[in-house]
Ligand binder design. Sequence first.
Ligand SMILES: [Zn+2]
Length: 280
Amino acid sequence: MNNEYQQMLNNARRGKYILGAFNVFNHISAKAVVKAAEELDSPVIIEMSTSVVKKLGIRNAISLLNTVKEEAKIPIIIHLDHCVDLDIALECIDNGWSSIMFDGSGLSLEENIKRTKQIVAHAKKYNVHVEGEVGDIKGTEDDIHSDVSLLANFEDTMHFIEQTGVNTIAPAIGTAHGQYNGIPHINYELIERLANESSCPVVIHGGTGLSKEAYERFIKCGAAKLNISTAIKQAYIDAIIQFSKKEKVVYEPLKADEEILNAIKEVVKEHIMLFNQLKK
Ligand SMILES: [Zn+2]
């Protein structure tokens, strides 16, 4: 188990705030997340989805993230998000990731437990933290698409935690990846019960587009980590659109990069403030 990460999660639960985990896909986005956290003097989790890691190559991805981490003035956790492939999960563990999520949501509970257990056993040797998923979180994440949200229940989630020995748990509570159409029905009671009756920190996926009240309620219920992906992608593409709309086209790639970085940085800062992290 990654002690630094465990400490960060425990601090969040004790200090009544949520740790923001932001999805990045290249050097600019990773740098922007770290800069935002530095400006607010807050620890942060940088996540990369498995499809991005596959495109960049595991070695390239980890070297990019490690470089950003080494230059950072605040604690950084590097996390692999939504990995369904056992081989990739094992390879990432071998290549320096601090934490990985094994997504067995497409499997039966028993098969999910079996595979997650294998990952946990391997990860332990390298002090790598493992996040598991129970139920099926709605929306599109990577190439994984789910139309129906198969919500987790307390008994299955506790059984999964006990059987697998995961370090964090992401139960499907009614949040979704991507954009919300309307207000989601969220099972706050499940978060609260898990936070009270298990020592395994609870992770919320699909954090983009929820209300301030929803974030406050997650904190009150005792959730420890909240994932933000869509908002980062939107900030990135919107900044490109804005840059290309300038009266006179500017053929300076580094100027465009700077504007993209600043746009993402502002979005991340906004979320870190909403997550109450500054009161730590
Ligand atoms: Zn997710």
